[in-house]
Design a protein around this ligand. Sequence first.
Ligand SMILES: Cc1ncc(COP(=O)(O)O)c(C=O)c1O
Length: 400
Amino acid sequence: MSTAERVGYYGEFGGRFVAETLVPALEELERAFETHVKSASFQSEWRGLLASYVGRPTPIYRADRLAHDLGLEPGTLSELWLKREDLCHTGAHKINNALGQVLLAKRLGKTRIIAETGAGQHGVATATACAMQGLPCEVYMGAVDVERQAPNVARMQMLGARVIPVESGSRTLKDAMNEALRDWVTNVRTTHYCVGSAAGPHPYPLLVSELQRVIGDEARAQLAEQVGPPDAVIACVGGGSNAIGMFRAFINDPVALYGVEAAGEGVETGRHAATLTAGRVGVLHGSRTRVLADDFGQIIEAHSISAGLDYPGVGPEHAWLASSGRATYLTAKDDEAVRSAYQLARTEGILIALETAHAFARLADIARSEHLRVGRPVRLAVCLSGRGDKDLATLLERKP
Ligand SMILES: Cc1ncc(COP(=O)(O)O)c(C=O)c1O
């Protein structure tokens, strides 16, 4: 199924709502998607590095102890599989996209890379790709996130990147993206803006989803070889790149797709980042999508314990998948995510990122509803998007 009716659109969502100065760069990127990203030489360079440098394919792991610990009625869940993106070099799925975009930028003759980051994982991934490709890298990061993701700030600096704290607005991911777009407008000739999620103006949602679909393609092939297809796949949703990367391979299969957004302190409190569940249609960062906004269309601040989900927008394809009903989006609160991170650590010996933990918090509910839908024990596959080292201070502070 092709989700794009018009180029750059997913139903009524997507598009390119940017300053005139950026249009030529976005058009160049759109052409580059066809001529470079789809070319055999780009694919062989990028996939070669995914294998030799990133460590792909990542394993798919059957988590029996966690499955048991979910406390489900017997016969509800047959197996629970974890797609281990935490085992990618740098510890999250973000490197798949960052490496692809940095290779593309080199082919376009760009001499400088900028990025925005929330959790710091995309910043680390971009700094890593720039270091190994010999390009200077500057990363915009909200001042709140600089503090709560300090280990990743140190990693980016060690890799030679300049981290620029952003003091405007809520001092989180949205503001970092604003500043990166501002920088890009000024330096567009020399600079590639390496967007970290499947969000932003066309062609970024398309480009990022294509660079992340390796997650779902691998998972689908691994499951087919080992046991058979899953009944449902699940991922957390910030901007939506690990989720769309996981979903893409299954979109034409009879497989349920679940995204889990951050409910922060509870959707009813207003302090959340549940854009698809409680947002409205609007424009943010160059794309028509679902956003958190007031009655006058002003973007309002998101809240999540996890920096990577603390964003008042979402990639346009998710807005479309939600409105078409092809995917289901649930929410998990801060404290539920913390509980799930501890549960996985204690049952399976895996420390997950707080972002990832949101997906795990809804597994029991998803297993029950899928069991009702298909009428037999269900097989679930969840994207374990990243490792939790960066969140240890928060996790220890919030120990349940
Ligand atoms: C480990 C991890 N998972 C998920 C996300 C959310 O991003 P996305 O929705 O683009 O996958 C982030 C963002 O920083 C992250 O670091």
